[in-house]
Design a protein around this ligand. Sequence first.
Ligand SMILES: Cc1ncc(C[n+]2csc(CCOP(=O)(O)OP(=O)(O)O)c2C)c(N)n1
Ligand code: SF4
Length: 283
Amino acid sequence: MLPEAEFEHVLAKKYMRTEIMPHAFCPGCGLGIIERMILMAFEELGQEEWDRTVFVSGIGCSGWTPLYFRRDAAHTLHGRALAFATALKASRPDLNVIVVMGDGDSMGIGGNHLIHAARRNIGITAIIATNMLYSLTGGQMSPTTPEGAKTNTTPYGNIEPNFDLMELLKAAGATYLARWTTYHFIQAKNSIKKAVKHKGFAAIEIVFQCPTYAGRYILNRPDPRDMMQWFKENSIPLGVAKNKSPEELRGKIIVGEYLHRTDRKEYTERLRELEERAKGKGR
Ligand SMILES: Cc1ncc(C[n+]2csc(CCOP(=O)(O)OP(=O)(O)O)c2C)c(N)n1
Ligand code: SF4
């Protein structure tokens, strides 16, 4: 077993484009923790899985997450990462296609692609990095901004209710769903491993600290350590939440593995079957 500092070094050398470091994230940003969750998941999944993995991302701070990995990655358009990933998976079903998106990218402008990826049950892993607002553009409200929260565009408090991604995707037809925060490192890493091996549309929401905007505007905690502490104190495991009233759950982050279904066929398998049927008809 390597000492922790040496292990970090080996992990970075093995998987990251250290030649373009340091990265662009602000000090204390939780996106670095999400990068490490992904790399640890692949360290445990093994080289073979890593070798057939391709990343796709949209635009936003979160969209930069996989671009530091020594792996092919497509940095696409804001809201269109899943459209690109759908075409990639349909043409190369043998690849692990992993999409990293922000909450605005995935649920705002890209919301329709998200719903339809779940409806099709296409074998893509979506890692949705939620920081409760748009960060890259300066802290505007997003579909996950809590009601009442102050952001750059809601200085008097947000009047819109926020999306519950897990409920939205459960209804749309996703077959693996989990939500964690950057405080839940091991659980999130394990969910990423499961999602990569899962046949069907898998989404993992990871609530992370953006000290620069969400820390200052929403939580009034600009120190990333205080934000992590807040995640710890305000997360409720799914099993416990089931026995709580909506009032008791207001403002809480319900974490856990929400869904793991195996009763729906994956989309590209159905696509191959369709191709075989079409060939049989001599077309
Ligand atoms: C079509 C289009 N509309 C708007 C933008 C401007 N824009 C870039 S990133 C972004 C939002 C980023 O928020 P989110 O997706 O939550 O990611 P974060 O930066 O918070 O990680 C917006 C509106 C754009 N690049 N393209
Ligand atoms: S603005 Fe927020 S999300 Fe973007 S890099 Fe800085 S801390 Fe991270």
